[in-house]
Design a protein around this ligand. Structure first.
Ligand code: ATP
Length: 436
């Protein structure tokens, strides 16, 4: 498949089938914003829930927070974002279009004009808080979720009393006024992050770094991101942020090229020390009896939700031929699929079939929840529709289910998305099969 071609197909499927739409669509959009539709929001929620389960709920050394998006501006002064969270910007002298200096050549790609000097453009969205608009009311939409974790370090330590090593996790929106949003949800101005600050004793950072490095691959595997498309890039000394002693970018072969999917950084005690100096709060903790209090060091795995969704869609998009017909489908892992199973009555004008199918649908919905009803069009069309949204199983209720052939009473056909294979199974087996 030609690579750009693949991206167009994914974007088109996402819009056509209700996964992702351009933001403010009926008004012509708003650059760098995207809206998740009915299937997209289910898929995205599945990603976030799986991450939370794997990295917070299944562990006993992790604590979650959900901090406010608006924070005291001093947070972003201490973290260095106010002075340094910027990208290099150039403006064309002729058409005045603006570009990221590191993403264009010498001439304006729109009109061929000369560029003016490079200047730094701060990517934080500024807003004002309260009824008066002056310098004291300025605040920012958070550019990353990590800030909300660091300012709650003391609250978590004082209320939960964890011992090192332990981590604090947060999932939520982040905002960056990107100069050039592009590549669908890969680079947008409003997006979601899943971040962890894992606090360690200074001499134990290497072990924790390796553990989170392995965890990134385990997560990719669980959500169906093909590991063969993921590459670790060890960020060289000169390219790392000054406070980071080691950084690995996890890059993914997106249809538009190899780009950052996640980051993993050892940030020393830079953040806690900076917030301690700036706020005056004590951000050290007593880890062991008889030892002086210490400011923990931190390992930060940072996952972008939307880039995860795009990597999942790129991994899952498949074209093949089934029964002599070409088809396009999403080979999503069941844990991530927005719909786990679809239930069809063979014919929608036969009340006894519809009633039985409805009964089975309600039974499955109680247990599996992400189950869909579809009685529209012929069965072949319904299969294609479900394949396109990545539904692993389709269940058809026919006259045999009702007992036309007595030996098949209370059985249904269970069709597998990937092979197209159909099996006759008893109603009682369905939940187990779909969940396995
Ligand atoms: P890039 O170099 O691609 O701009 P970054 O290095 O600035 O990314 P981080 O600050 O490390 O990104 O952010 C952590 C994660 O948040 C990224 O790995 C990515 O998954 C996600 N992310 C960052 N910026 C965006 C964006 N504009 N749109 C969507 N996701 C983003």
């Amino acid at each position: 498949m030609a690579e750009m071609d693949l991206m167009e197909k994914i974007v088109s499927l996402c819009k056509r089938r209700g996964f992702i739409f351009p933001g403010s669509d009926i008004y012509g959009g708003l650059a760098g914003t995207w809206d998740y539709g009915p299937y997209g929001v289910e898929l995205k929620n599945n990603v976030k829930q799986l991450w939370w389960k794997m990295f917070v709920q299944e562990r006993d050394d992790m604590y979650g927070v959900d901090a406010a998006i608006l924070m005291n501006p001093k947070v972003w002064e201490a973290s260095g974002h106010v002075s340094g969270f910027s990208d290099p910007l150039v403006e064309c002298k002729k058409c005045h279009h603006r570009f990221r200096a590191d993403q264009v050549g010498d001439k304006c790609p729109d009109c061929g004009g000369e560029f003016g000097p490079v200047r730094q453009f701060n990517m934080m969205f500024k807003t004002t808080v309260g009824a008066t608009e002056d310098a004291t009311s300025i605040s920012y939409l958070r550019p990353e979720t990590a800030g909300g974790i660091f300012v709650n370090f003391k609250n978590v330590v004082d209320s939960i009393h964890p011992k090192l090593p332990f981590g604090i996790a947060q999932i939520g929106k982040a905002f960056r006024n990107e100069i050039a949003p592009r590549d669908f949800v890969f680079r947008s101005r409003e997006f979601e992050q899943m971040e962890i600050e894992y606090f360690v004793r200074p001499d134990e950072w290497k072990e924790a770094f390796e553990e989170w490095r392995r965890n990134v691959h385990l997560f990719n595997d669980a959500v169906g991101i093909h590991d063969s498309f993921v590459h670790e890039l060890e960020v060289a000394d000169g390219d790392r942020a000054h406070y980071s002693k080691r950084t690995i970018d996890f890059e993914f072969d997106f249809p538009f090229g190899r780009k950052e999917l996640y980051g993993l950084a050892y940030r020393t005690d830079f953040d806690l020390s900076a917030h301690q100096d700036s706020s005056g709060a004590t951000l050290s903790m007593q880890d062991k009896e008889g030892e002086p209090a210490l400011v923990p060091h931190v390992i930060e795995p940072s996952f972008g939700v939307d880039r995860t969704v795009l990597a999942i869609l790129s991994s899952a998009y498949t074209e093949d031929e089934l029964g002599g017909e070409k088809r396009a489908y999403l080979k999503l892992v069941p844990a991530i699929a927005p719909v786990k199973a679809a239930v069809f009555p063979l014919l929608k004008n036969k009340p006894e079939l519809v009633a039985k199918a409805r009964e089975i649908y309600m039974m499955l919905k109680r247990d599996i929840v992400q189950v869909m009803w579809d009685d529209n069009g012929n069965i072949g069309k319904r299969y294609r529709r479900q394949d396109e949204i990545g539904t692993p199983y389709c269940i058809t209720i026919d006259f045999d289910t009702l007992g036309e052939r007595p030996e098949l009473k209370d059985t249904v056909t269970l069709r597998d998305r990937d092979t197209g294979e159909q099996k006759r199974v008893s109603i009682g087996e369905l939940v187990g099969r779909i969940k396995s």
